[in-house]
Ligand binder design. Sequence first.
Ligand code: SAJ
Length: 421
Amino acid sequence: AAIGVVGLGYVGLPLAVEKAKAGYNVIGFDVQQEKVEAVNKGQNYIGDVIPADLEALVAAGKLMATSDYHFMNDVDAIAICVPTPLDIYKQPNMSYVESSAKAIAKHIKKGTLVVLESTTYPGTTEELIKPILEEAGLVCGEDFFLAYSPERVDPGNKHFKTKNTPKVVGGMTPACTKAAAAMYRSVLEGEVHEVSSPAVAEMEKILENTFRNINIALANEMAILCNKMGIDVWEVIDAAATKPYGFMPFYPGPGLGGHCIPIDPWYLTWKAREYNYHTRLIETAGEINDSMPDFVVQRCMEILNEKGKAINGAKILVLGVAYKKDIADYRESPVLPILDRMTKAGADWTAVDPHVGEFRLNGEKVKAYNLEEVNLSDADLVLITTNHSDFNYDLIADQAKLVFDTRNTFAKDIKETVYSL
Ligand code: SAJ
């Protein structure tokens, strides 16, 4: 039996590899030819995948990639792992999910299992996917099986990978839930937790990520207020974290990046309008998180000002473009609006990020240098936005005239030239 994965990104490729390692013949589908070619050459491009695994599985003919949906005829189970981004009005963009479902509907046959993994608003599987798949005349729950099972991938997480992270599964009917749970249990080691409907599974994923978004916003609001009150917010959070029950620490930062946490809550906000409900908490948290780039640049101005320097014309090194440490991904990174605001304030900034190398800012290609390529002592201010492990923090504290650290990377009061959020 062959199984398929639609979307070979940071969710789909690790899942395809795990399915192939479990013994299935796996066909990966992606519209991007360069991904298809890379996979078929056994060339890995996803940090969480072990390159040797991909190479061996492709060489053994257990895993292949294609952009030709006719291969759908050969698969008995398909997982849809395509992006669900927001448009510029924070409205859901379901086009990838819709086009994948339509492509599958053309080749669906009796007994096929379809599972949607992309994070989305509650109701998607029943209201959007099911009708598309039933167009072919087959009946969901009898002729084919349909379920929702949210992806839980934490890029760069050393402990929790696709294989050992618990998985929630909700089917359109009990038979659908069973079929999907059986497929995942044959591939994954972690608990496969069955729920009564796709909507429960869709909503629990949104809860997981909205929980993070809201609590990060709380940490950011505390940081802003502690700064005004002359209190060290990091010391406050570490002290609160001594509470052994009912508390877990979240930390302030330069803003909220990534393709999930800043995005997912807005899928619920959008759907809630259909029920005339206004998700006030999500919107307020979004405003606070989105205000952090301004707060960071404001603090840079204040710190330079204390030394009689204007931000206008100031040489600023910005350490870290990626949205979190030790990865190369800079999607939704708050560093982009920070750089934008620095340009507007007339700062002469240079981006430093060995993981990113080169990135686009407002459509322009910009180089992200290695730390060794820049002169730390020549900068008027060094801003730490992403606490990559491979930055030499002793050297930075030693050589930089001024440091503004937004990630609490230094020991407390290391030097009076080092300021923290
Ligand atoms: N961040 C803070 N303060 C914190 C934690 C995170 O400012 O206390 C920032 C990070 O710097 C980053 C953003 O929030 O810019 C998102 O961070 P993240 O740790 O949630 O990382 P993601 O988005 O790569 O992965 C998350 C998963 N991570 C964790 O749960 C730790 C998880 O929420 C989801 O499985 C995944 O997104 C997803 O794909 O939904």
